[in-house]
Design a protein around this ligand. Structure first.
Ligand code: AMP
Ligand code: GLY
Length: 430
């Protein structure tokens, strides 16, 4: 089996690591990859959104499966593009069609879809660029805080939580008049703020059947105590103690099943990984967002707990027989911490040498994100540099291993949060 993974983060390194354990996997390519994926797979210098180039590569290398790590190629329509390219019907892309990827690609689409199918989510209204005055009036009459979301993809920066109405009005002007989010901000979703515990639930589906992957909680803010700017994610834990059986049953019945059924009824069955960003409010789940891919850093926490072979999952996906698959999940706790460059999520330097220890305990895994080789040296190449995941019988044990290794990996300006998982640890972190 020959597999092409698209992306260059720690999520893609974790996917390559997991796939490399499968006896059926003959060859793994990662486009464009990083220094970590280069050790397990072959990096290829292709952009994940250059669909014609990816199609040509798949033909030349007889690729069986394409695994998009992030949403960009899916929202751009890679599934449809490959299906429409002559001679490429053997290539299976692990992801939804362009139409189904709108669940992530358009927040207005996702909200209206949830409303049509009675899926619990924050109450909302959508406003177009020409409706600035109406949007301001809505904000003025709405309880605070209030959440503003640019409709389209905005690289994770399109969500603003406003504590004051003036702040929301100023943000609306920024989005509609100054086009702060470009095309992504032609429409804005304004929604109710939900107070609760946020967590990420993942499924893998062939459109009809689905399997649950381990759930995770990610820590998005840069600062300890969940303060400061939003980032791509600074760490994750899995399992999430508040996602007990009763809660997960509600998630399946109220959210997962109606979502898949709704997509089928609307003629765009959803296939691939689906990530439900949820808020647990008084024991009930609400959808904050859908993502048409796995999460980063959640993937680094959940794949090490997944004992099922990913290539088996891909095969059953391709044949529409995921119902036959039984999933095996390790009961161990995973603790992932992200090492970031100084300055991230603002501007940061690249090209800083990284020193890794010669070895580390077998229950710890090092997944590269922004790293590359430069003149024989491993150097930083991004804001998030490395994700470290450790497994332990308890979360506190996993944490100890990950933080120990985080201290041993060295690069100038290295920053990481020591309080990942704080609400689930027996005592507060030091
Ligand atoms: P998103 O880009 O949709 O992931 O949103 C970024 C973050 O904003 C989410 O991870 C939540 O922490 C927060 N958020 C988004 N929508 C809401 C909401 N309705 N209520 C509370 N927090 C929200
Ligand atoms: N960690 C959140 C995401 O991948 O969107």
């Amino acid at each position: 089996m020959r597999i092409l993974i698209l992306g260059s983060g720690a999520r893609e390194h974790a996917l390559a690591w997991k796939l490399s354990q499968s006896a059926r996997c003959d060859r793994i390519y990662v486009a464009p990859g990083n220094a970590g994926t280069a050790a397990l797979a072959e990096n290829v210098d292709l952009s994940p959104i250059d669909l014609p180039a990816i199609a040509a590569f798949c033909r030349a290398e007889q690729i069986d499966y394409v695994v998009p790590g992030s949403e960009d190629s899916l929202v751009a329509g890679i599934v449809d593009a490959m299906a429409d390219t002559p001679g490429l019907n053997r290539v299976q892309v692990i992801g939804p069609s362009k139409a189904a990827a709108q669940l992530e690609g358009s927040k207005a689409f996702a909200k209206a879809f949830m409303q049509r199918h009675g899926i619990p989510t924050a109450s909302y209204r959508v406003f177009q660029q020409a409706e600035l005055e109406a949007a301001k009036a809505y904000v003025a009459s709405h309880p605070l805080p209030i959440v503003l979301k640019a409709d389209g993809l905005a690289a994770g920066k399109g969500v603003l939580i406003c504590e004051q109405a003036e702040q929301a009005v100023a943000a609306l002007e920024e989005i509609f008049i100054h086009e702060r989010f470009g095309r992504a901000g032609k429409q804005v979703v304004i929604e109710q703020y939900l107070r609760g515990i946020e967590l990420s639930v993942f499924i893998f589906t062939d459109g009809e059947h689905y399997v649950l992957l381990p759930e995770a909680k990610d820590y998005k803010r840069i600062g300890e105590g969940d303060t400061g700017l939003n980032t791509g994610g600074m760490g994750a834990v899995s399992p999430v103690p508040v996602a007990d059986k009763a809660f997960m049953k509600k998630v399946e019945q109220r959210i997962i099943q109606p979502t898949l059924q709704g997509m089928r009824e609307e003629g765009m069955p959803y296939r691939g990984f689906l990530f439900f960003g949820l808020m647990q409010v008084a024991a009930d789940p609400y959808v904050i967002e859908y993502n048409c891919r796995l999460g980063d850093p959640e993937t680094e926490a959940i794949l090490p707990r997944l004992q099922t072979d990913l290539t088996d999952m891909f095969f059953q996906f391709q044949t529409g027989s995921l119902a036959r698959l039984s999933m095996t999940i390790s009961p161990l706790h995973a603790f992932t911490v992200v090492l970031a460059s100084a300055g991230y999520p603002g501007p940061y330097r690249k090209g800083i040498p990284i020193r890794l220890p010669n070895s580390w305990p077998a229950n710890s895994l090092v997944f590269h994100a922004g790293t590359r080789w430069e003149n024989g040296r491993l150097v930083t190449a991004g804001g998030r540099v490395i994700s470290i995941t450790s497994l332990g019988n308890q979360l506190s044990e996993a944490r100890e291993f990950s933080l120990q290794l985080a201290n041993q990996i060295d690069f100038e300006g290295k920053y990481f949060r020591k309080d990942i998982g704080w609400e689930f640890l027996p005592t507060k972190t030091e």
